[in-house]
Design a protein around this ligand. Structure first.
Ligand code: SAM
Length: 286
């Protein structure tokens, strides 16, 4: 008998991974949490049936969501990390000795508990003394913060369910307020390929542009995400990621499996169809 994890990408497209066994399943107050073991991608975490992380390709996503902003401003000391319950972003952030404080705001403590037990290769740095875990809604948490962070990373689920509030104008405006004068906001920015993802990407981009003077989007190929073509947003109050001295990052001597400073320059060069989708967004009143 064969077991398969299948994610519905569109009504006409499904993505399946053959699994050897299911390691965990639990329904928290926020979502269904499943962890599977697979030959091709190692262990995979899904939330409400949607792929979150896979051991074999998570290095791509976590390299790109952390090292692009860190190379843009290697002086980053205080970080707000929203979502990120698997611990992968924390693992990469804690490689920087210059980072002094990380507030990690994850709405669902059950995700952290499951990842601590079944995904240690991602979650093993959650116990770093610089990491301060807050099990609450990132939308509410950021309302009370002002001029506090050098970097905010939004490593959230998609814009529905618990993650919906993390794609609103209110949230991005509060992120702007919570950032210092040279602060940077990075978010998982969905994808230009399938219509639903492209709409979410476009809405997020229009809303972020309403607050930040510098708004750029960069890309990576993530095999386990819908279409594989995944985007990240980088919004900045002062630093342009393409006009900084990347030798400062090189001098840190960090080895990264996906990110490098040539890729840093290249990943912001997007296909025409993605640029057109980003540029011709409809304003909304969200
Ligand atoms: N890399 C994955 C992706 O791009 O889809 C996301 C990984 S991480 C597992 C996403 C986390 O966001 C989940 O653990 C989820 O519980 C958390 N989350 C969703 N909505 C949230 C909210 N409003 N505040 C804080 N965390 C939230």
């Amino acid at each position: 008998m064969e077991l398969w994890f299948t994610e519905i990408h569109t009504p006409n497209v499904r993505f399946s991974i053959k699994v050897d066994r299911q390691l965990y399943s639990y329904t928290s107050e926020f979502q269904r949490i499943d962890i599977f073991e697979s030959q091709e991608f190692g262990r995979i975490l899904t939330l409400d049936g949607l792929m979150m992380v896979a051991e074999k390709d998570e290095f791509i996503y976590h390299d790109m969501i952390v090292h692009v902003p860190m190379a843009t401003n290697p002086e980053i000391k205080r970080v707000l990390l929203i979502g990120a319950g698997d611990g992968g972003a924390v693992r990469e952030l804690t490689r920087y000795d210059g980072i002094e404080h990380i507030d990690m705001v994850e709405i669902d403590k059950e995700v952290v508990k499951a990842c601590r037990e079944y995904l240690p290769s991602l979650s093993y740095k959650l116990s770093d003394p610089r990491v301060h875990l807050h099990f609450e809604d990132g939308l509410k948490f950021v309302r009370t913060r002002e001029n506090e962070y050098d970097l905010i990373i939004v490593d959230s689920t998609d814009p529905f369910g618990p993650g919906e509030g993390l794609f609103t104008k209110e949230f991005y405006g509060n992120c702007y307020k919570a950032l210092k004068a040279d602060g940077i906001l990075v978010n998982q920015h969905e994808s230009p390929y399938y219509p639903e993802d492209a709409l979410a990407m476009n809405r997020a981009h229009q809303r972020i542009k309403a607050f930040f003077p510098i708004c750029k989007v960069y890309q990576a190929h993530i095999p386990t995400y819908p279409s594989g073509h995944w985007l990240f947003g980088l919004a900045s109050k002062q630093y342009d990621p393409l006009k900084v001295d990347l030798n400062r990052w090189e001098r840190l001597g960090l080895h990264t499996r996906y990110y490098n400073t040539d890729l840093h320059k290249g990943c912001f060069a997007l296909p025409t169809y993605a640029l057109e989708l980003l540029e011709h967004g409809e304003d909304d009143d969200e």
